[in-house]
Write a new protein. Structure first.
Length: 263
């Protein structure tokens, strides 16, 4: 059995156990009380330059994801939560070493080794490519359609971008320390195209005043669901089923769409 399948099977087994436990609690009407009486402080970590989803502005954490998780965990489930932002590679390491409880991300095979995703996705993201509008190769780049077409291209991204590493890690890539640096490298012609989450890449382009100078290419590398991924040793795991139920409710009542629109 492959490591990925083993992780997925373990995830399914734990989720079934959690669902059974939640059903028992629901039968005696104790879930809200149990949630309200838990004084554990759960630590959630985010990328500090992942606008509009999570970013630091004037020393304050902002973005869709912390607002969404505050609504879900604090207001609806009555849990105590601390939200902190770091460079993305460090944020992932904090969950991996159990120094933090969870982060919101794509559950790649590597992350499944130390974290368990909730069943319900938080948002859906598109992994895209960006290029300079004035590059002589723009016409050629706009014709790219498949990952196999990228073997002859010069590509870049930034450290800690697990989605890029998972999809394009077999290709030679240049990694910058963060998104802004990667965009500056693109403008300096260090590589032909930059891989990034479409929404965040466009936000970064706008923040650096590069609108019209950097364009999104037609090719879509991947589309993936993003989940709340909880460390395998975190006590937050006991609320996985309740988190899924609250997330479904937030989608039904329009809260997710409202928070996405605000950012």
């Amino acid at each position: 059995m492959s490591p990925l399948m083993a992780n997925l099977n373990q995830t399914g087994t734990q989720r079934r156990h959690m669902l059974a436990g939640l059903a028992a609690l629901l039968a005696i009407g104790r879930v809200p009380t149990a949630l309200a009486q838990d004084n554990t402080l759960f630590r959630l970590v985010y990328a500090d330059t992942f606008a509009p989803f999570s970013y630091v502005d004037n020393s304050r954490l902002r973005g869709t994801l912390p607002a969404l998780l505050q609504e879900l965990l604090s207001r609806r489930l009555k849990l105590l939560v601390d939200h902190s932002a770091y460079p993305w590679a460090r944020a992932q390491a904090l969950v991996k070493t159990a120094a933090a409880d969870a982060f919101v991300t794509v559950p790649t095979p590597e992350r499944l080794q130390y974290a368990i995703p909730t069943f319900e996705p938080v948002v859906q993201l598109r992994l895209a490519l960006f290029a300079r509008a004035d590059t002589p190769r723009l016409s050629e780049l706009q014709k790219l359609r498949n990952i196999s077409d990228l073997t002859q291209q010069s590509l870049g991204s930034y450290i800690g971008h697990g989605w890029v590493q998972n999809k394009l890690g077999h290709l030679p890539l240049q990694y910058a320390t963060d998104r802004n640096t990667a965009l500056r490298m693109l403008m300096a012609n260090r590589f032909d195209a930059m891989a990034d989450v479409a929404t965040s890449g466009l936000k970064g382009i706008k923040a650096l005043g590069l609108e019209g100078r950097v364009v999104e290419l037609p090719m879509v590398i991947d589309v993936s669901d993003v989940h709340l991924c909880i460390g395998k040793t975190s006590p937050l795991l006991r609320y996985s089923s309740a988190i899924d139920e609250a997330m479904r409710s937030m989608k039904t009542d329009g809260t997710i769409a409202r928070l996405l629109a605000l950012n």
